[in-house]
Design a protein around this ligand. Sequence first.
Ligand code: IVH
Length: 693
Amino acid sequence: MADIDPGNLTEMEAAAELERLAAEIAAHDKAYHADDAPVIPDAEYDALRRLNDAIEARFPDLVRENSPSRQVGAAPAGGFAKVTHARPMLSLGNVFSEEELRDFVDGLRRFLKELRDDPTIAIEFVAEPKIDGLSISLRYENGEFVTGATRGDGAVGEDVTENLRTLDEIPKTLMGAPEILEVRGEVYMTRPDFLEMNERQEAAGDKVFANPRNAAAGSLRQLDSTITAARPLKLFAYAWGDLSEPVGETQWDFLAALGKWGFPVNPLARVCGSVEEILENYEKLSAARAGLDYDIDGIVYKVNRLDWQERLGMVSRAPRWAVAHKFPAEKAETVLNGITIQVGRTGTLTPVAELEPVTVGGVVVSRATLHNEDEIGRKDIRIGDTVVIQRAGDVIPQVVEVVTAKRPKESKPFVFPEVCPECGSHAVRPEGEAARRCTGGLVCPAQALERMKHFVSRNAFDIEGLGAKHIEAFMADDILRTPADIFRLGDHRDGIAGREGWGDRSADNLIAAIGDRRAIDLDRLIYALGIPQVGSATARLLAKQYGALDNWRNAMGAAENRESEAYAELTDIDGIGPSVAEDILEFFGETHNRAVLDDLGELLDVRNFEAPDTVGSPIAGKTVVFTGTLETVTRSEAKVRAESLGAKVAGSVSTKTDYVVAGPGAGSKAKKAADLGIATLTEDEWLKLIGDA
Ligand code: IVH
């Protein structure tokens, strides 16, 4: 290719060269976009396109219908168009033992008053195999399949409609279904189909997949739907999203309706009337598991009654009315070759086991977490030991125990470092804490890198294409110092395009991906800051309480004074205790953190927290305190109900309280309300106010 000079080509040679280039560029596009596996560096790809353009410039009549120059922008930068789910796609909480299962059921009983008060009322569950595939949402309007999407982050997924249309098992029209119906289910591949497909892939020199789940995901996320069509994908349907009218009164009714409309429903689903029946079913399915021709990684239990499901609602991003009972982790034996120390974004030193690679549950594992210093001591884990490791679902592999019989004679106990391996600062362990921490703070490059990685991670800014290696390189070059610099990378576009391994296309893609994230939900921004103890759920609580970035920032400034109302408001949020509050205030106590936040505030369009749709709700935006005994519902259910109508529920009465709902036995809170002149309602009055009476 290097020898071709467009100026010397005859028209015939030019035509042949353009044809060759079109095919070659198309193959690279597919490798890059569809297979996630580019085979040439970007710079070489860019050169191919430039050559194509130069030849076309000289022979305009030869521009082909399928010329790469006409395809510019054909494949969207991120791959697929985005779809915002009409109702979020939820995840599930897990239980691993009978005890945890009983706790889950007890939690349901405590939440629903009639169950709490009358232990003879049974809860029926539907137990469904938990299919190990990828979840999708299928939208039908007036019985026609219109959109199919992946789960994505639960709120926004990818539009894979055309690919899903190629699955025989997905009905394209429905008879007798509600006007609007979203069906959720799992796309999977059977084990025999997976093995056969991998053989074909290997024979053709194409990518082979590690397990059926990855194969299903890789096959569905193809930009060219003819590739998906050739892959053996199947479906089990099990839930709904948006729905214009109720379908039946139970989960079991709903599964029956799915079957009637032509969706495949897992034949092993059962109704269980007690924990005993659930456990019996668990034993049966555990035994049958190996004989199934598809992978399952547990059993999902769903409260059968839909009215109870509705009242139970959700916690964070999972339904309160369902749980996944996971099968025990798979185990394997291997040798511990070394222990390395990782430095986290808050300076925590985490020991990592470097293992002789071993396959556990279909995945090759070469590293496992050792948690902390004490864990190594407790299990007396030494380099050179043979260890048992386990891996459960998507959980990080763990070292369970040492096979002491196989311990080499000369082995010595592991000595945990007292300095940070990355920056040499002292690593200290405060009294009563399990973690040893690097004291390097801002000077520790490892902490800075981890903070940045966290900032762009999936539940934070979710910037595709900005991996650890890139961040590291940009930080080394000083074009990335604080998270806000990410949004100024556009100023360095040419420099980035000129770096090794980069090119015009990948630089533009990265900058476009960053641009896409300038508008961000407040809770994601809060989470991205990486404040210790502030995970996604806590970030949401803060976003919900304060609504807007400025409001939050000002309130945290005021809360520095521990006597202030602002401090009381912060610690009064259910789920935020004094220790979390201290971490938040410590973050705001640092000038550089406030500077970064201000900088981000200017660069970004931070979306205020959107209260649930509460138009017409009489209590939207009001602050309510419950006290005393409630007669009709439990305190938990009352709180959830009030919140779903847009109110805030506080634990103590202050000048910000709008209503105090006082049942029998109400004490000091009712008195304080009276002193402050705040409206006090009986439970009846409250139910009338919210329209539940
Ligand atoms: S129900 C409320 N049912 O498990 C709806 N999920 O760990 C929540 N899954 O994202 C999901 N089989 O991808 C449900 N029978 C089943 C399932 C199932 C597999 C997956 C699904 C979900 C994940 C949660």
